[in-house]
Design a protein around this ligand. Structure first.
Ligand SMILES: [Zn+2]
Length: 140
């Protein structure tokens, strides 16, 4: 794959510099067997520096995951070498099986088969709470 050229696939653009690897892991891009490129610290007029991810295969992107990580991201869908669609994720109201509840007494901790569901309770501060026990999620 030429880094600057994709025939059919996706280009995830406007990723905050340094967040490329996080997105790579969240979207499980390591499990794909097609070419995947993470380009770090690309110069950007708008952002100073940004990361870019290119995936050389058509795939469904979980926009909720991207919106959760960074709602400023742009997803470009490339078909026959041309951009056919541009998607902007938004901060999702609900996250299913993206983050895990850390409350040891939560039902999702004891019952492994239950979906991990989080609801956005404060849009400004980007606060998510477990749908079962209302524990606030923190990434650390
Ligand atoms: Zn919980």
């Amino acid at each position: 794959m030429r880094i600057d050229e994709i025939t059919n696939g996706i280009v995830i653009d406007h990723i905050k510099a340094g967040k490329g690897m996080q997105i790579y892991h969240f979207l499980k891009l390591g499990e794909l067997d097609c070419p995947v490129a993470i380009i770090k610290n690309v110069n950007s007029h708008r952002m100073g520096k940004k990361d870019l991810i290119k995936v050389d295969t058509p795939m469904d992107i979980d926009l909720d995951v991207l919106g959760y990580i960074d709602a400023g991201i742009t997803v470009n869908i490339i078909k026959d070498g041309k951009r056919v669609n541009k998607l902007n994720p938004t901060l999702p109201e609900k996250l299913v099986n993206v983050i895990k509840c850390k409350n040891p007494r939560c039902i999702t901790t004891t019952e492994q088969e239950i979906d991990q569901i989080f609801k956005l309770t404060d849009k400004e501060k980007k606060v998510y709470r477990c749908a079962y026990c209302e524990t606030k999620y923190s990434s650390d």
